[in-house]
Ligand binder design. Structure first.
Ligand code: AMP
Length: 564
């Protein structure tokens, strides 16, 4: 047939796309499955049915309107996995606000950048998480909070931020407690919500997710209701999800794996969301799956490895599991096999995608042959197109390696307020250039075989070397630095830095790590640091990071595993 010898695939599908908003999706599910359990947050002792979830979401949305927030305003959320995250996700959507996900591991430099880049007017924040004292960091950036009346903050370094809403019932000076939000909305705001439901459009921007940039600071991928509602729905369909399913969600909500592939997937199929802990803990996952009789489990490969290797792991206690998704980084074949046999996830799927494409564009299906399910990322998602191109931009024949490009309903609107980066990523014909290298075979199964982009994936977190290099250039002793990834048994990859010090400078590896602490997220801080006099270069003066990587692999004696 026409062009079938080329690496171009499309997800023709009898079931149409759903042209609805996130708010309408929740209302429809609450109407259909009101008394079924929607959400279990074990570490907060919260259980809500879909009817209760909708009531709480509506109250929060009315509260946000009562604060004077208007459709189109940006509202940041900075928190690990908590019930308030899910409430804010739906409440902001119903109020027509643009939810801005801020990585819970972000520190001062990154937080300031993110809030200012998208001009957040309000921020919903946890008070602390692990070693991060969020309120302390906010007070450092906005000391004006101490004397500001709530709602009229005017901070020099955060000039757009007016409101800080703190999760819980205890807010510090200048802040509002999240628990007080629901009581703020009057019948007038509830009536306004009903009006908004008719006005808000599926194509409106609803969410900004920061992804690290190849050139410097993070970029705000801007997604619509239509993007995320449909991607969430079809991700669930590939797992044969239904209202009987109970999904254990150890992946973070700030990332598309949590908020789209978990939350929206469950809500669009009437399934139950089970959060085992604030952040990934293998022991809590095991407990949650057993106690809540979960039928599905999501994770990046390193999470599945940690669960399988946990001392409390007992296959028998996990008999309810059926399906789930491994994604976010190359999925090792051996780990997939163990997930099927030891975690009892006979219908586990692999998904591939990126934040900018809602995220999923390939996913294996539960009835694909087993060999394909452990060794490929499956076939094209419904209604999505993918082509593989060579360096000249021409589509390559099947079986030939090239860059994967995605087009369709799932592609983001663009990077927030950054037309240039958007043009670099999405071409005139609407193709999102992913920077991933892939091969599509004659039957349409795809393999990710590398990356053109200079990116490290450490335990499922993307790290862009350029961002770290730019940060390290601020160190007074550093003359030049090159950051790259090296394979790592535990995290898949680890961050390595080769550093050239200024003449006479004596900074140690510990000094450099201390310099990063508190300023950039812990997972970006170089783990391996080597001091060198120069870098391997090509004749044209281009740094050869692959040579440094090979040197480190040899030096650290790392063995490289086979992946899907
Ligand atoms: P993010 O935008 O954080 O979701 O990261 C997207 C990137 O993660 C992709 O561009 C890939 O490089 C990588 N990725 C996601 N899923 C997979 C997978 N199943 N196999 C290999 N790499 C993946």
């Amino acid at each position: 047939m026409f062009g079938s010898d080329l690496s171009y695939v499309q997800g023709a599908d009898a079931e149409g796309l759903k042209y609805i908003t996130v708010g309408r999706l929740l209302d429809a599910t609450a109407a259909a499955y009101g008394d079924r359990e929607a959400l279990v947050v074990r570490h907060q002792d919260v259980r809500l049915t879909y009817a209760e979830l909708k009531t709480r979401v509506d109250a929060c949305a009315a509260g946000l309107l009562a604060l004077g927030l208007e459709p189109g305003d940006r509202i940041g959320i900075w928190s690990p996995n908590r019930v308030e995250w899910v409430l804010t996700q739906f409440a902001s959507a119903k109020a027509g606000l643009v939810l801005v996900n801020i990585n819970p591991a972000y520190r001062l430099a990154e937080l300031e950048y993110a809030l200012n880049k998208v001009e957040c007017k309000a921020l919903v924040t946890a008070s602390r998480f692990k070693t991060s004292d969020y309120l302390e960091m906010l007070r450092t950036l906005a000391p004006e909070l101490a004397t500001a009346r709530p709602g009229v903050l005017c901070a020099e370094r955060l000039p757009h931020l007016r409101r800080v809403i703190v999760m819980g019932d205890d807010a510090g000076p200048g802040m509002l407690a999240f628990d007080a939000l629901a009581a703020l909305g009057s019948p007038a705001e509830l009536a306004r919500l009903a009006e908004l439901a008719a006005i808000l459009q599926p194509d409106d921007a609803i969410n900004v997710q920061f992804t690290s940039g190849t050139t410097g600071m993070p970029k705000g991928a801007t997604l619509t209701h239509f993007n995320v509602v449909n991607n969430g729905y079809f991700v669930g369909r590939a797992m044969r999800f239904g209202p009987e399913d109970r999904l254990c969600i150890p992946v973070p909500l700030y990332h598309c794996f949590g908020m789209v592939m978990s939350v929206l997937t469950c809500v669009s199929h009437g399934a139950c969301m089970v959060f085992p802990a604030e952040a990934f803990e293998p022991g809590a996952v095991l407990e949650a799956v057993a106690a809540e009789r979960c039928t599905a489990l999501h994770g990046v490969p390193t999470m599945f490895i940690a669960v399988l290797d946990h001392p409390d792991f007992a296959s028998d206690a996990l008999g309810t599991l059926r399906t789930g998704i491994m994604a976010g980084a190359p999925c090792p074949i051996e780990v997939m096999k163990r997930v099927i046999s030891e975690l009892n996830m006979a219908e586990v799927t692999i998904a591939y995608g990126m934040t900018e494409t809602s995220p999923v564009s390939f996913q294996s299906s539960t009835d694909d042959p087993i060999e394909r399910r452990v060794s490929t990322i499956g076939r094209i998602h419904p209604h999505v197109e993918v082509k593989i191109i060579d360096a000249e931009g021409r589509t390559v024949p099947r079986g030939v390696k090239g860059e994967l490009c995605t087009r369709g309903y799932s592609v983001m609107l663009g990077y927030w307020n950054d037309a240039e980066r958007t043009r670099e990523a999405i071409d005139a014909a609407g193709w999102m250039h992913t920077g991933d290298l892939a091969i599509i075979d004659a039957e349409g199964y795809c393999n990710i075989v590398g990356r053109v982009k200079d990116m490290i994936i450490r335990g499922g977190e993307n790290v862009y070397p350029r961002e770290i290099e730019e940060f390290l250039y601020r160190h007074p002793d550093i003359q030049d630095v090159a950051v790259f990834g090296v394979p790592d048994r535990r995290f898949g990859e680890q961050v390595a830095a080769w550093v050239k010090l200024k003449p006479g400078a004596t900074a140690s590896a510990d000094d450099i790590k201390t310099f990063c602490q508190g300023q950039i997220a812990h997972y970006k801080i170089p783990f391996h640091i080597r001091f060198v006099d120069g870098f391997p270069m090509t004749v044209t003066g281009k740094i050869q990071k692959f040579v440094m990587r090979e040197t480190m692999v040899e030096e650290l004696d790392i063995e490289i595993t086979r992946t899907a």
